[in-house]
Design a protein around this ligand. Structure first.
Ligand SMILES: NC(=O)c1ccc[n+]([C@@H]2O[C@H](COP(=O)([O-])OP(=O)(O)OC[C@H]3O[C@@H](n4cnc5c(N)ncnc54)[C@H](OP(=O)(O)O)[C@@H]3O)[C@@H](O)[C@H]2O)c1
Length: 280
């Protein structure tokens, strides 16, 4: 296979969750650029339609399958409806996810002792329970595909932890563990399973941080590359994991974090301002 072909997805049928904005929207467009037909899921239909219009401009088929993953049955319904619409599924990029948030949607970084169990339960429901439901339903469709790849959008927080976002980090670690377990269990069914673990990426989810200079500066002081990732950079990593180029890669957590998980920047000694969250 020619190298360029190894990154193509011509004729593939892909479901992308959380495709209305941010990383998921960028994943949808990257997969469409690579030749995949798409089913797109999220709660917000107008924003999903905007992503779908951009996919359609790339001359790819696109279907919308709205669903709220806070509802226990939604992830299974989304997978089955996507398979019906596409005539099967070869690729799933399960990207929908949440941080603990205030009622107005503002993320709520708060240490576990002062947090509410309801907030923990909501994050676990959307990020981890829905992932299990989605994987359970996706198995049947993926095993029928000759080119099956499942990508779970985890986070570097799932690998290195995230004080004040403990529920989030625990669910993201759960996704890494699930990807590794499923990869071994499903390998002989021809299904590759990997987790992608981005670091700080410039989306709505992180607007509370990248739009506030002292917070952004402090966070970026902990990233050796010294900048935010753009959603497209996570999307290109997801495309790689989904593509034939990663055909021998399964059961892995691909960390894409600008070097943040190198402990304290290694010997580089990058100076750190004091935390704007100190005392919260
Ligand atoms: N941004 C980062 O720095 C970063 C870093 C590492 C990992 N990640 C992970 O990457 C993924 C995408 O993050 P993002 O930054 O792009 O976030 P975002 O901009 O907030 O987008 C989140 C996506 O998930 C969907 N979603 C949220 N709650 C949902 C629910 N209850 N049911 C169904 N869909 C839901 C949203 O659509 P609707 O609101 O329309 O439903 C949206 O499409 C998440 O899993 C996140 O944990 C992000």
């Amino acid at each position: 296979m020619h190298t360029a072909e190894a990154f193509r997805l011509d004729g593939a049928r892909a479901l992308v969750t959380g495709a209305s904005r941010g990383i998921g929207r960028a994943v949808a467009l990257a997969l469409a650029d690579a030749g995949a037909d798409l089913a797109l899921s999220a709660r917000t239909e107008p924003a999903l339609k905007d992503t779908a219009a951009e996919v359609a401009q790339r001359d790819r088929a696109v279907h919308l399958v709205a669903g709220d993953f806070a509802e226990p049955a939604a992830a299974g319904r989304v997978v089955d409806e996507a398979a019906d619409a596409l005539g099967g599924i070869d690729i799933v990029v399960h990207n929908a996810g949440v941080l603990p948030a205030r009622p107005d949607g503002t993320p709520l970084p708060v240490p576990l002792p002062g947090s509410h169990q309801d907030d923990w339960d909501h994050v676990v429901t959307v990020n981890l329970n829905a992932t299990a439901v989605l994987c359970r339903h996706a198995h049947r469709h993926l095993t029928a595909s000759p080119r099956a790849s499942l990508v779970l959008m985890s986070s570097v927080a799932g690998v290195i932890g995230a004080p004040m976002m403990e529920a989030y980090a625990a669910t993201k670690a759960g996704q890494v563990s699930l990807a590794r377990s499923l990869a071994a269990g499903w390998a002989r069914d021809g299904v590759r399973v990997n987790a992608l673990c981005p670091g700080w990426t410039r989306t709505d989810m992180t607007a509370f941080a990248h739009r506030t200079a002292p917070v952004s500066d402090w966070l970026m002081a902990h990233v050796p590359l010294g900048r935010w990732a753009e959603p497209e950079e996570a999307a290109w990593a997801a495309l790689y994991l989904a593509s034939p180029a990663a055909g021998y890669l399964t059961g892995q957590a691909l960390v894409m974090d600008g070097g943040m998980s190198v402990p304290d920047g290694g010997l580089a000694g990058i100076p750190k301002p004091s935390s704007p969250f100190a005392g919260v």
